[in-house]
Design a protein around this ligand. Structure first.
Ligand SMILES: *Cc1c(COP(=O)(O)O)cnc(C)c1O
Length: 425
């Protein structure tokens, strides 16, 4: 399609957009009395209007039923976490039995490593990406130290080539090959948080398995953003936070995928608690742990119902729309944003460099833009004028037009504000 950088054209795209009405299902902050253009759904998704109802329902059940709410609430608390499995399975490509919701992301990755990082003999290394999200770096370093290794020996980082912004699949595969039977685990971010690059998870998972390692994925920037087929790809485990593209609210509960081939393994090591115990016998308070026959066996404590309620509200919307429709709009709106950036660049003779891959299959919702010659004043100007982006040193802004609630007119209007901000300097 040939795009145009005009308000009329942006309106035409909005008229053709089957998801356009969903913008009204979210609550936008305001700047100068006007709803903002929100580009940070990759950091904290907006609040769905339905979230409050789900939370209020729990508050009322707690008030009216107190402890009885565990069994007699409209959505009983004792198995509330099970409500997520089938719908989330569709979002990430897992069977319902392979999905559970619990804790928060970094905590879950630690718990999953208790099962899947089993260093032994010469096989003790973890392969990850260089400059991984800080929490992942700390987590991986602390895991190898926990097992008595030093980080410089046990953590192997795949690097980008000089002057390149993306990881090359061939370099990741070569590193996996090189570490070979010393590699216990490959654990990488499926969508890079900084550049927005989508990795070839299927190929990398196969390569990890071919050398006898386990393969897990941090899907913080992938869940609710790109197509995932965790089961078909044979991924061992994965976890994601839900407050980014999945709009569940600040610091909210995380989702986990655990491949079904591990569910009935008798000798599996796992950090256990009563919420993972056979649900029918959980309240018999028996001394011996009997795991649930599915991913819920990894649950530990009784579930944080208030935190899960808005996640459930949001997940219902994902289920209603489905990932294919979200991805179709995503592709179009991201392409339009990219076009607008190039147009404004020509008009003001800036030199933006989009460091996100230009190929659709290698990116999701996010475009990361290197603003050569611009400083943080531009970012501040955008914020003051109702464009919420985020800033990453040295001078990268990340723009993620979430397909649920961003419009094509937002993209056009953003371009005009950006132009003003650059000309002002
Ligand atoms: C956002 C993000 C996290 C955040 O971890 P929490 O445990 O939820 O605070 C971790 N890893 C990656 C790759 C992220 O993008």
């Amino acid at each position: 399609m040939r795009f145009e950088n005009t308000l009329d054209f942006a309106k035409k795209l909005d008229n053709e957009d089957k998801l356009a009405s969903y913008k009204n299902e979210f609550i936008f902050p305001k700047v100068n009395g006007k709803e903002v253009i929100y580009f940070t759904g990759n950091s904290l998704g907006l609040q769905p209007r339905s979230a409050k109802k789900y939370v209020d329902e729990v508050m009322e059940d707690w008030a009216n039923l107190a402890v009885e709410g565990h069994f007699y609430a409209e959505k009983p608390w004792w198995d509330y976490h099970e409500r997520f499995s089938a719908k989330l399975g569709k979002v990430v490509g897992g069977k319902p039995s392979e999905i559970t919701v619990m804790n928060t992301l970094t905590v879950n990755l630690h718990l999953l490593m208790a099962t899947f990082y089993k260093p032994e003999g010469k096989r003790f290394k973890i392969i990850c990406e260089e400059k991984a999200f800080p929490s992942d770096q700390y987590m991986i370093a602390s895991q190898v130290k926990f097992h008595g290794y030093t980080e410089d020996v046990a953590v192997v980082k795949v690097e980008k080539r000089e002057n390149e912004h993306h990881f090359r699949t061939e370099d990741i595969l070569a590193k996996i090959e090189e570490v070979g039977d010393e590699c216990a685990l490959v654990l990488i971010g499926g969508v890079n948080y900084y550049s927005g690059q989508v990795l070839d998870m299927e190929t990398i998972t196969k390569a990890g398995h071919s050398i006898g390692a386990k393969v897990g994925w941090d899907l913080a920037h992938a869940a609710g953003n790109i197509e995932l087929k965790l089961h078909d790809w044979g991924v061992d485990f994965a976890a994601w936070c839900s407050y980014k593209y999945m709009n569940s609210g600040p610091g909210n509960a995380s989702g986990c995928f655990i491949n079904e081939k591990y569910h009935d393994k008798k000798d599996i090591t796992r950090l256990e608690g009563w919420w993972g115990h056979n649900k029918k016998r959980r309240f018999l308070m028996e001394p011996e742990f009997q795991p649930e026959p599915n991913a819920h066996a990894w649950q530990i404590s009784n579930a944080p119902i208030l935190a899960m309620a808005p996640y459930l509200a949001s997940l219902e919307m994902f289920d209603e729309v489905g990932m294919p429709a979200l991805i179709e709009k995503r592709n179009r709106i991201v392409a339009y944003l990219e076009f607008i950036l190039h147009e404004i660049d020509k008009e003001v003779d800036a030199s933006f460099e989009i460091i996100t891959p230009s190929k659709q299959e290698e990116r999701g919702t996010q475009l990361s833009v290197f603003l050569h010659g611009e400083g943080k004043e531009l970012f501040n100007f955008l914020m003051e004028n109702g464009v919420i982006t985020d800033w990453r040193e040295p001078n990268v802004i990340r723009l993620a037009p979430a397909p649920f609630y961003c419009s094509f007119q937002d993209m056009y209007n953003f371009g005009q504000i950006l132009k003003k901000g650059i000309l002002k300097n």
